[in-house]
Design a protein around this ligand. Structure first.
Ligand SMILES: [Mn+2]
Length: 658
C-alpha cells in the first residue's frame, strides 16, 4: 500500500477544536489545505451570503444601466446561449428572471448543425429586430460577430466563463470571471455567472444600492465598525475613543449592541439615520470569527430585500445543474451554488417530476445523482438536434409533463445512437490504442451521430483505459470529443493542433473540436506526435494521499454522519480517503455473476460494517488468510437500494497487517 499521510498542523487543529469542531473534520480540512478562517467557515457553512459581490465585476453596473434602459424603452432583447446543460440553464435563469421585470425578451440557441456561439447568419437575421443582445455561456470569442452586431445598432452584454482570446470583443459590457483581476476564483460555470448577474440586479434595484451601510457589533470586549457598499466590505475599524471619519457619510446602520452606554452614544450620534437592530443567528454567533459576523450582517440585510429569497429557490437549483454538468470543482462559490441548489431542488415541480421518472429521490439528491441521471436527460435533446425543449422545460413549472415526455423520447433516441457507436468501435480498442503507443484511442465514422461523441468517448475510455477520442463525420467536417482520465489538460492537448482545428474547447477532462475533412491525415499525425503527453501510467513511487487515519474504535455509523457533513462531494471535493489499520475480517463472499467483486464483513468493536472491493476478487483471494488482520484504504458511501440506505466502505486497497 503506497500511501502518503501528511503531517497535521496542530495549531490549526487546536484552534478550531476549541471552537467545538470535530478533530476528524479538521484533519481533513487541514490536509486539503482549507485553512484560513473564511475558507473553513465557507466550507463548513456554505451560506448564500458568502457569494462574491456581483459588484466585483468591473462592468456590471454599466450592464445594469443598459438593461434598465432596454426595459424602460420596451426594446427587444435577444438572449443567445448554448445547447448543453450549462447553456440551457443559463438561458432559462436569465429569460425567466427578465420576464418578471416585463422585459421584451426572445431567446435562441444553436440547433442542428449550427456551431457553438454566435454566427454571422444570426447577426444578419437580428438586424432591425433587436437592439440589445445578451450572450450566456458563449460570446467571449465572437469578436467579428459582436463587431457586426454593433455596426447594426445592437449592443451586446456578454455573460460567459470561457477564456478570452488575445482580442476582447467590442461589447457594451463583459461579465466574465476570466476577464477580472479582482476575482480570485474563476472556475465558475456560466450558470453561476448568470446567477451572480441577476442577484446583483436585485440589489441594484433595491434601496441599498450605492449606499454606505455601517454594521456595528461587539466582539471580545471591543466594538467593531464595518463599512459596506454594494455588498463589499470597504473598511473595518475597531472603536477606541473616536469615531472614524467615514461615519459622516453613512446612509444605513445595522447594529448588534448589548452595552447600553455605548449603544446610546453611538445611536445618538447617528440619530438621523435609518437603523436596524440585528437578529443574530446563534449557530454562527457562537463561532466568534469575523467572517461569521459578515454572514449575520448580510442575512439581516437580505431579509429586507424580499426578491432575494425568490431567486434563491427558483434559480439556485438550475445554477447547481449547470455547475455540475460543466464539471466545475465544487469548492469556493460553486459549493454555495450546489449545496443550496440541492436544498431547493424539491421546490421545483418540473425537476422533481423529471427525477421521479428516472427514480431519483429529490429529497436526498446527490451530485452523483444529478450528473449521472439528470444531466444526461437535460443534454439529450440538444444532442439529438434541438435543445429548445430543454429550455422550455427548465422555465416551466406548470405544463412540464409534455416537455418531460419529449425529453425522455430524445433520451431513448440518444441511447440508440450511443449503443450503435460503441458497438461500431468496441472490438477495435486494443488495435486502435496500439497505433498511438497505448496513450490514446481515436475512433471516427460517418455513420455515427455527432451528438453522442462525448458519451461514446467516455464509455469507450473505460474499455481502452486511456483518453479516447470519438469523431463523427458530417458533411465536410469531423466533429468530435475527447474524454477519459488524464493528468494533462485536454484543451491544452488540443492547443497543439490549433492550426487545423476550426474550433475546440472544453475542460480538463472533457473537450470537443471540429476540423475539415481534408485535415484528417493531419489530425492523425498530430495525435501520434502528441499522444505521449497523455501517458497516464502510474509510476512506482506514486502514492495515494490519505485524508485521515481512523482508529478501529471510531469506524462506526457515527463516522458516516460526521464525514457526510462535508457533502456535497463531487469534482474538486471527493469523498475523503480514509485508512484503518489492524482490522479483522468476519466473513466475505463473491459479488456479481462472474465473481469479480468481493463483499467483506468487517468486525469492529461496535458494529459489523460492510466493505465492497470492486474488480479485485483475484487479488483478494491471493492475500486472504483467516487468522490475519488487515489494513484498509477506503471511502464511505451510502448505498441507496430498494428504499434502504446501507452505509458501506468502498475499499480502494487492502493488505495484511504485520
Ligand atoms: Mn459552460
Amino acid at each position: 500500500m503506497n500511501i502518503l499521510k501528511e503531517k497535521l498542523d496542530l495549531n490549526f487543529i487546536k484552534k478550531w477544536q476549541d471552537k467545538g469542531f470535530e478533530t476528524i473534520i479538521l484533519s481533513i480540512l487541514d490536509r486539503r489545505n482549507i485553512k484560513t478562517e473564511s475558507e473553513v467557515i465557507s466550507f463548513l457553512y456554505p451560506e448564500f451570503e458568502l457569494l462574491d459581490s456581483p459588484f466585483l465585476y468591473s462592468k456590471i453596473i454599466s450592464a445594469y444601466q443598459r438593461l434598465d434602459r432596454a426595459i424602460k424603452n420596451r426594446e427587444s432583447i435577444i438572449i443567445f446561449g448554448d445547447r448543453d446543460v450549462d447553456g440551457t440553464t443559463s438561458i432559462a435563469i436569465l429569460v425567466d428572471f427578465l420576464k418578471r421585470f416585463n422585459a421584451k425578451v426572445d431567446w435562441e440557441l444553436p440547433v442542428g448543425i449550427d456551431n457553438y456561439g454566435l454566427s454571422m447568419d444570426k447577426v444578419n437575421k437580428w438586424r432591425n429586430k433587436y437592439s440589445l443582445c445578451i450572450t450566456v455561456d458563449c460570446g467571449i470569442t465572437n469578436i467579428s460577430e459582436i463587431k457586426e452586431l454593433k455596426n447594426n445598432g445592437i449592443d451586446t452584454i456578454i455573460i460567459d466563463h470561457h477564456s478570452p482570446l488575445e482580442i476582447i470583443p467590442e461589447a457594451y459590457a463583459i461579465i466574465n470571471p476570466k476577464c477580472e483581476d479582482s476575482i480570485d476564483f474563476k472556475n465558475v460555470a456560466a450558470s453561476g455567472v448568470t446567477f451572480l448577474f441577476i442577484f446583483g440586479y436585485i440589489f441594484y434595484k433595491s434601496q441599498f444600492y450605492n449606499k454606505n451601510i455601517l454594521f456595528i457589533y461587539e466582539s471580545k470586549n471591543s466594538l467593531k465598525l464595518n463599512l459596506y457598499r454594494n455588498l463589499i466590505l470597504i473598511e473595518n475599524v475597531e472603536f477606541k475613543d473616536k469615531l472614524p471619519s467615514f461615519i459622516e457619510k453613512i446612509d444605513f446602520i445595522f447594529y448588534d449592541l448589548n452595552n447600553n452606554k455605548i449603544k446610546n452614544f453611538i445611536l445618538k450620534f447617528l440619530n438621523n439615520k435609518k437603523c436596524y437592530h440585528i437578529n443574530n443567528f446563534d449557530y454562527l454567533k457562537e463561532i466568534d470569527v469575523a467572517i461569521c459576523e459578515h454572514i449575520i450582517f448580510l442575512k439581516n440585510l437580505f431579509n429586507l430585500i424580499h426578491e432575494i429569497e425568490n431567486i434563491k429557490t427558483k434559480y439556485l437549483p438550475l445554477t447547481a445543474l449547470g455547475t455540475i454538468a460543466d464539471i466545475m470543482p465544487i469548492i469556493n462559490i460553486n459549493r454555495i451554488f450546489v449545496a443550496n441548489g440541492l436544498k431547493f431542488l424539491n421546490k421545483l415541480k418540473n425537476i422533481t417530476e423529471l427525477c421521479k421518472r428516472v427514480e431519483v429521490d429529490c429529497e436526498n439528491i446527490t451530485v452523483k445523482d444529478l450528473s449521472w441521471c439528470v444531466c444526461p436527460l437535460l443534454n439529450a435533446s440538444g444532442r439529438m438536434g434541438d435543445a429548445t425543449i430543454t429550455v422550455l422545460f427548465l422555465m416551466d413549472n406548470d405544463n412540464y409533463n409534455f416537455y418531460i415526455q419529449s425529453i425522455l423520447d430524445n433520451n431513448k433516441e440518444r441511447k440508440i445512437h450511443e449503443e450503435f457507436a460503441i458497438n461500431t468501435f468496441k472490438d477495435e480498442c486494443e488495435n486502435n490504442k496500439n497505433f498511438y503507443n497505448n496513450n490514446l484511442a481515436f475512433f471516427y465514422s460517418d455513420k455515427i451521430h455527432r451528438g453522442i461523441t462525448g458519451i461514446a468517448a467516455a464509455k469507450l475510455s473505460s474499455k481502452t483505459n486511456c483518453p479516447t477520442i470519438v469523431a463523427a463525420k458530417e458533411g465536410d467536417f469531423f466533429i468530435g470529443s475527447i474524454r477519459g482520465k488524464s493528468n494533462y489538460h485536454f484543451v491544452e492537448f488540443l492547443d497543439a493542433g490549433k492550426e487545423f482545428l476550426l474550433e475546440y474547447g472544453g475542460h480538463h477532462s472533457a473537450a470537443g473540436f471540429r476540423f475539415h475533412k481534408d485535415k484528417l491525415e493531419d489530425f492523425i499525425i498530430f495525435l501520434k506526435e502528441n499522444s505521449h503527453k497523455l501517458n497516464n501510467e502510474i509510476k512506482e513511487d506514486d502514492f495515494i494521499k490519505i485524508d485521515a487515519e481512523i482508529p478501529e474504535q471510531y469506524l462506526n455509523y457515527d463516522l458516516f454522519k460526521t464525514i457526510f457533513t462535508l457533502e456535497p462531494f463531487g469534482e474538486g471535493n471527493p469523498p475523503p480517503i480514509l485508512l484503518t489499520k489492524n482490522i479483522k475480517i468476519n466473513s466475505w463472499n463473491f459479488l456479481g455473476k462472474d465473481k469479480k467483486h468481493i463483499k467483506i464483513y468487517f468486525n469492529t468493536i461496535k458494529e459489523q460494517i460492510i466493505g465492497i472491493l470492486w474488480n479485485k476478487a483475484e487479488f483478494f483471494n491471493s492475500i486472504y488468510s483467516e487468522d490475519k488482520r488487515y489494513n484498509i484504504l477506503y471511502q464511505l458511501e451510502l448505498n441507496k437500494f430498494n428504499n434502504q440506505v446501507i452505509p458501506q466502505l468502498i475499499i480502494l486497497d487492502i493488505e495484511i497487517c504485520d
